[in-house]
Design a protein around this ligand. Sequence first.
Ligand code: NAD
Length: 459
Amino acid sequence: MNDILHIIDKQRAFFKSQKTKDLEYRLSLLKTLKVEIFANEQVVLDALNKDFKKSGFEGYLSEFGLVITELDLAIKNLKKWVKPKRIKASLLTFPSKDYIYQEPYGSILIMAPWNYPFLLAMEPLIMAIAAGNTVVLKPSELTTNTSNVISAIIKKVFPKEVAMPVEGGVEISTQLLAQKWDYIFFTGSTKVGKIVAEAAAKHLTPVTLELGGKSPCIIDDSIDLKLVARRLVWGKLLNGGQTCIAPDYIIVKSTVKDKLIEVLKAEIIKRYGHNPKESPDFPRIINERNTQRLAELLKNTNVVFGGEIDKNDCYIAPTIVDEPDLNSKLMQDEIFGPILPILTYDNEDNIAHIIWNLDKPLSLYVFSTQTAFIEQTIKKYSFGGGVINDLLIHFGNYRLPFGGVGASGMGNYHGKYGFTTFSNQKPIMKRGNWYDPSFRYPPYKGKMSLLKTIFKYFG
Ligand code: NAD
């Protein structure tokens, strides 16, 4: 730990030298990072495959490609982003020119999870560096192969005083969280998010918490169920269901439930075969502990498809559970695996009863062609973000902010939002000196009515 403390001190001193505020310096770091990441494309994809049998296609689609997009975006736009933004002045403060300066916070701690281990470590790193900060990054200890690659890339590209990987588990995380940071960016579970928030509060350190939860997917009877099944099976089974914004459970109109289950079964077989264990495209559960956790969730439930478990291979088959009890662990905990519970509704109160029984989710999905039903649903419930008639893909548009609300997180990032997250928005008013009416200065006697008029018309 002494080494880490030494590095943190060095990073603080380096930040004070103002070097990280230099635009060209930041750009040169990002460009070097891009070269190094490109050089390691296959190494990254292989590491993801070694960690949990993630296919090269999924690795590129859901991690590598998105990192490159973010990096390109930062390199292309940084010059524009760092400029102080001119803001319309107020007549109350006339004469002035008003601006928002983008100020790097300083020392940033980034903590990443294992489920998209490359993306969720690299993406915040890119924007933290673009914004002119120094970074200590702790990748997940559960995906050792990918974490080793991340560490090697960071060590090769960045001087230690700018960015440094620190590998380790809970003990190291706890030690890191005990330090005073200028900003903490955490992606992981709601449970650990609370630990992070508590540690940050001791130093009044601002945080972004990218957490999880139970994201519902509502399906009415107006939509083509084959299309729903295609998108749903993809969205649920990508990464073996270990996606923070995966549809956790379904709420389907009761009249079409049986049909939905039939088309879902057919779609799973079409994509992954009769034995998904043999499919090169179906990832494994991250470890034995989580496989066991998922097996426990299935106990005493009505499995209507799948259900096969091989703990030695960390394999859980794509599984459909019909009408689980709302009080069961399956319907209380975030599932984070290839298990899809199906609940039904007859009226909108049934939907509210299910969703309001749980914390605010990270995502919500609605499949319907009924505009009124869609609008009412997305306005009625509070959630981090969502998609109408598809799943997950809101994550892919960097022009949309990505983050949770309530128990699913606070703050957001992606694209320019990431740059803003890692920048203190510093308002600066540049006052003109050529006009200085005596009105605001004492004595105030006789000025009240004019003051009220000014607020009424110019405030
Ligand atoms: P996790 O909370 O167990 O771990 C995340 C990080 O916290 C890791 O680096 C880990 O080392 C550290 N950590 C674990 N226990 C700790 C403790 N007691 N004290 C301090 N640090 C600790 O999460 P995970 O299992 O790696 O990831 C899965 C969770 O992350 C799911 O809940 C998922 O929904 C969520 N997630 C959210 C997003 C998002 O963008 N909102 C993305 C991916 C995953």
